[in-house]
Design a binder for this molecule. Sequence first.
Ligand code: ZN
Length: 283
Amino acid sequence: MRWIFFLVIIFAMIIAGHAQKNPFIVVTTKATPLPSISPAPSTSPSAAPTKVLNRGEMSNLYGPCIELPIILYHHIEPMSVAQQKKHTSLNIDSEVFRKQMEYLKQKGYSSVTPADLVAFFDEGMQLPSKPVMITFDDGYDDNGEYAYEILKQVGIKGVIFLPTGLMQNEGYLRWEKIMEMNSSGMITFGNHTWSHMNAGREKELVKKEISTADIQLGERGLNVTKVFAYPYGEQNGYTREYLEETGYKLGFTTKNGRILCKGQRFTLPRVRVSGGEMSNYGF
Ligand SMILES: [Zn+2]
């Protein structure tokens, strides 16, 4: 009997030793992990959760509405050039851009202009079944060199928002090029302030910035539809009031979205597209 007792002891020792070496077994013998610290409750009551409205609900509140993605671009040039100029974060490689435009065309999208959108809002004009608007902010010279050429080849219209006081400077469009693009009928231009100033600043500054750009565009016969894009997406209530008072028809933000409503014509959302496939952005 004694040898059986020793065998049992030895067997138990082997199991114990094995359990310490084998992490799988050790885990099962460990106490359950402590619950993770839950987030501290906020001291002030949070706002009621905002529900994302669908197109029908938005139409009732702000309509008429239309699903119309307005794509927001900045620089378009070969990535190697953007690397040299250190603005890769705002650049789409020109060949990627070409593929994106060709993709939209293949998928049956039709480019519309700000004037088309105003006609939809104010006159009930019918827009194509798959409308899209291509916009570029800041008036960089590469828009003339690459984006314009590609848009012409693919047959898609574009809109460039100009901080008018920066034109003619290194890296920006020149007025001659702007006029050439305008006369092609493929590109229209909009107001993006005079110095690319945040339009959420002091009222007098905002007025001066918007009105100066308005004059500089108007004296060249540009921005006939009177559309504005908020630099940095910033604005105040009076920015919108001022735009409305001075005959502006649309205001483009950097807020994300693709349902455009008449009642929100001064806070139009856009879709920011970076590199890669357009299908990644819901196209
Ligand atoms: Zn800008």
